[in-house]
Design a protein around this ligand. Sequence first.
Ligand SMILES: Nc1nc2c(ncn2[C@@H]2O[C@H](COP(=O)(O)OP(=O)(O)O)[C@@H](O)[C@H]2O)c(=O)[nH]1
Ligand SMILES: [Mg+2]
Length: 325
Amino acid sequence: MPANLPPQYFEAERRFRNASTPEEKIQALESMLSIMPKHKGTDHLQADLRRKIAHITEEAEKKAATSRKSFYIRKEGAGQIALVGLPNTGKSLILASLTNVHPEIADYQFTTKSPNVGMMPFENIQIQIVDLPAVNMYESRIWSNSILRNADLLAIVVDLSNNPVEQADITLKELENMAIVPENRNAEDSTIGLRTRKMFIIGNMGDLDLDDAGVKSLQSKYGRLFDSIKVSADSKENLEELKRQLFAYLDIIRIHTKSPGVKVDLTDPIVLKKGATVKDAAESVHKDFKSKLRYAVLWGSSKFDGQRVGQDHILRDNDVIELHI
Ligand SMILES: Nc1nc2c(ncn2[C@@H]2O[C@H](COP(=O)(O)OP(=O)(O)O)[C@@H](O)[C@H]2O)c(=O)[nH]1
Ligand SMILES: [Mg+2]
């Protein structure tokens, strides 16, 4: 037992022991984590608490799965992006403006008690957007924990007109209490048991940040860790640019396959991770193609259009390939 734990820690521990629901248990464990001084001497205890949180979350997920209620949102489309932030930052309105889903939107707190999911069309693909309950809402912790730990990208939503730096601080702190930290955070302070996630900041209510003071303050504090973008879900300002950036952050490429002598269909690409090769594309078309592939003909990232390339050629977004077996 490390020294110097304040009395509030033991109070939270007592709440943990008396808790009857998984939400209450997680909330107590998270308070213990946030109260605990962070240094080498508490590394093990921190990791232990994070393991407990992960374990309780997973147990609750399993239980829910057997009762046919799931906390897991099946990924659909080219990637899953979770909107995370404090109440009233406009998460639900952002979802409504990017997709054709219309969640409840209100200027009182905590409207969103369970996640809303929609598909955002981007050029020739669809990207899944999940609007989560406010990050400081403990009643829906299990939802948030499981989705945030698995999403491809976390978009932190802040209200630019109302001290956005402080909102980002609180949101990141809440995420850290769930053992989720930004992927590009300084490697030195990484502790065991943490889940790293790619993150990005959406500065919403741009229509109320007339002199850019909000977005500038964000960039000066967080510019080295994250990109941030100023948008307005209400006046629709900058939403097209937001879509482009969300796509770019997913680190995916779109590949169009065609048969010899047939015109290519550009409306239904296969989606692969950045860095994928001709071999990966062949495999995703059909698992047998990987071994049978002799060569591919490529339009796009080759030196010239229609060039023959080998299995290890690295593909780029919107390449067209013809697979020859
Ligand atoms: N002026 C302005 N109001 C917004 C904007 N986005 C959301 N709102 C309003 O802010 C309130 C909270 O929005 P909501 O999407 O429910 O926030 P959530 O709690 O984060 O889901 C609603 O009254 C919205 O109409 C925006 O870009 N500009
Ligand atoms: Mg909402």
